[in-house]
Design a protein around this ligand. Structure first.
Ligand SMILES: C[S@@+](CC[C@H](N)C(=O)[O-])C[C@H]1O[C@@H](n2cnc3c(N)ncnc32)[C@H](O)[C@@H]1O
Length: 213
């Protein structure tokens, strides 16, 4: 299956069209002690949720995302070829990004390499069956969906913990917001027409935590 198009430099408005009121960033931030390498850091949503004093470094290949990221230090690099020494960080996160890689396992392996022994790894993604109220036919498959994420991470890390979600978290309150949601999720905005408001979408996805032995 194909990876999801990387359009962060060519169409930065697509990603910025909508922002969830709650996200995995707030959930895992209190677990992080640092130094944390935030792979595919984007505009710094994880950094914005970290407690004071946690050392953070961001890595992303998009110039536009890094330019909009007020946190530092950041490095422009590919997740599959990290410019970091072996065993130099305590935590690596790869949140909402591995579906952009043709070979996500190569990025997971890079995360393993740069982690210290005992270091912790985090990745998350949505399921193809997420948002059934808006996408009853399911999202097109990518290289890293919740259906296979744990298996892919498990080819690199021996110790995994898999947390799945399958429930509504927040409502979309207006047709305009549903349109913005569609834009961010690469859906035809016509899907927003006629939906009953508020729209509670059933979010399905996975957070995979792993430890480097
Ligand atoms: C959906 S955004 C998520 C950003 C951030 N992790 C978050 O949760 O807010 C995906 C990010 O992954 C980055 N990305 C995609 N493929 C990448 C790669 N091969 N190497 C580094 N960054 C990549 C994109 O540039 C983008 O900033």
């Amino acid at each position: 299956m194909p990876s999801l198009e990387n359009d962060y430099d060519t169409d930065p408005g697509r990603w910025r069209a909508w922002r969830p009121p709650v996200d995995v960033h707030q959930q895992i931030a209190p677990e992080l002690r640092g130094p944390v390498l935030d792979g595919g850091c984007g505009e710094g949503r994880l950094a914005s949720a970290l407690p004071d004093g946690v050392a953070w470094v961001g890595c992303d290949r998009s110039a536009a995302q890094l330019a909009a990221n007020p946190y530092g230090p950041v490095v422009r690099a590919d997740l599959a070829a990290l410019p970091f020494a072996q065993g130099c960080v305590a935590e690596v996160t790869q949140l909402w990004c591995l579906y952009h890689l043709e070979d996500p396992e190569s990025a997971v392996a890079e995360a393993w390499r740069v982690l210290r022994p005992g270091g912790r790894y985090y990745a998350c993604c949505a399921a193809r069956t997420s948002d059934p109220e808006l996408v009853p036919e399911g999202y097109p498959p990518t290289t890293f969906d919740a259906e296979e994420a744990a298996e892919i991470v498990g080819r690199v890390f021996a110790r995994l913990e898999v947390e799945r979600w399958d429930r509504p978290f927040f409502p979309l309150r207006s047709t305009e917001e549903v349109r913005s949601y569609c834009r961010q999720h690469r859906l035809d905005p016509k899907r927003a027409e006629g939906v009953r408001l508020p729209l509670w979408l059933t979010k399905r996805g996975v957070l995979v935590r792993a430890v480097k032995d």
